[in-house]
Design a protein around this ligand. Structure first.
Ligand code: KG4
Ligand code: ZN
Length: 338
């Protein structure tokens, strides 16, 4: 194979998905994701079980990713991996694997920040955003408004001071007796509900920051009060509760995105991260884009939730700038942007 062809093997293991991808010159050849089902019965991710499951999955997932891509090991030019943030035991598995693989192949190692990768998922396929680009990054652990000046030059303008938007979806789902992860289920039920049936408080934070702990508590107290008068309240109203909660979360997210777009005069706007799979959020962004003359970017579903393709595309841009790391690198559970 031509040595000019830049093949990157990418590994993602920050939470409960073991994923491997092969990226060739910035194009995805394969993107394998092994979702860990073991956590469902516990209603949330159990860190120790997550790292064990990563250990079981990582070798077969990488092998199949290479097979599907039709790329041989010796044609890999670099190994990219998620270095932060995430569950430390989970990150350790991907980091150790990536370090060993890069050393065995004698190729450079590229450390990737998971949240930067969620933003760069927009550069996997066309149409790609133009800079400056504003991205609302909403996942299970983060909620951020990010100003992207170039592929690797990003600034977090604001973020949540407590819970993330995905966490709010998951915690409300748990109160409603829905399985983990609750976000997709709330989304599904909300589609058949009345979003204006119940009203929940919208937090007013300074600048571009968010807070989602208030809505979680408000829903808890609301459900406790309603169940006192009608024990079947949740069963009877679940679609409307989901629709009303989703509506409130989206309202809070969109307020800050609109404010940032207006104040910075940016017209290229996107959403990223697991919660960007939400159909209400996707619809709301599309509508706002039409009203405000924005160029709107919404990733394909498979690139919204955790995946190695986004780690690979970030790795590719870092490869072009020769931003490599040495084998002394360790993962970090919490980290500012790299
Ligand atoms: O980005 P991601 O896969 O993992 C993290 O980096 O955290 O995001 C996972 C989060 C979970 O909270 C999950 O409930 C939420 O994304 N999520 C959704 C939807 N699909 C995933 N939330 C709302 N609606 C959805 N359709
Ligand atoms: Zn994520």
């Amino acid at each position: 194979m031509n040595r000019e062809t830049v093949n990157i093997l990418a590994i993602e293991s920050s939470c409960d998905e073991t994923s491997a991808a092969v990226i060739q010159n910035g194009k995805v050849l394969s993107n394998l994701i092994a979702t860990q089902k073991v956590h469902e019965q516990y209603g949330g991710v159990v860190p120790e079980m997550a790292s064990r499951a990563h250990m079981q999955h990582i070798v077969p997932v990488v092998d199949v990713a290479l097979q599907q891509a039709g790329v041989a090991k010796h044609d890999i030019l670099a190994v990219a991996f998620t270095q932060a943030p995430g569950l430390i035991g989970s990150l350790l598995v991907g980091t150790c694997f990536a370090k060993s693989y890069a050393q065995a192949l004698n190729v450079p190692l590229i450390a990737v920040h998971h949240m930067q990768a969620h933003v760069l998922a927009h550069f996997i396929e066309d149409p790609k955003p133009e800079f400056p680009f504003l991205c609302l990054t909403v996942s299970g652990g983060h909620t951020q408004v990010v100003l992207c000046k170039s592929h690797l030059d990003m600034e977090v303008l604001g973020e949540t001071i407590d819970d993330a938007a995905g966490e709010a979806f998951d915690k409300v789902a748990k109160m409603l007796g829905l399985p983990y992860p609750g976000g997709p289920m709330v989304d599904k039920l909300a589609a058949q509900g009345d979003a204006l049936k119940f009203s929940f408080p919208v937090s007013e934070m300074q600048g571009y920051n968010f807070s989602f702990s208030g809505i979680k508590t408000a829903v808890l107290y609301f459900l406790q009060a309603q169940k006192k008068t009608d024990p079947d309240f949740i069963e009877k109203n679940i679609n409307d509760i989901c629709a009303s909660v989703q509506h409130t979360i989206i309202k809070m997210l969109m307020q800050k995105l609109k404010k940032a777009a207006r104040e910075l005069n940016i017209k290229h706007i996107g959403i990223a991260g697991g919660v960007s799979a939400n159909s209400g959020l996707r619809k709301s962004l599309t509508q706002l884009g039409e009203e405000n003359g924005w160029h709107v970017y919404i990733p394909k579903f498979e690139y919204c939730t955790d995946n190695a393709a986004m780690i690979g595309i970030t790795g590719y841009y870092k490869y072009l700038k020769q931003e490599f790391t040495d084998l002394s690198i360790s993962p970090t559970a919490r980290a500012a942007w790299v």
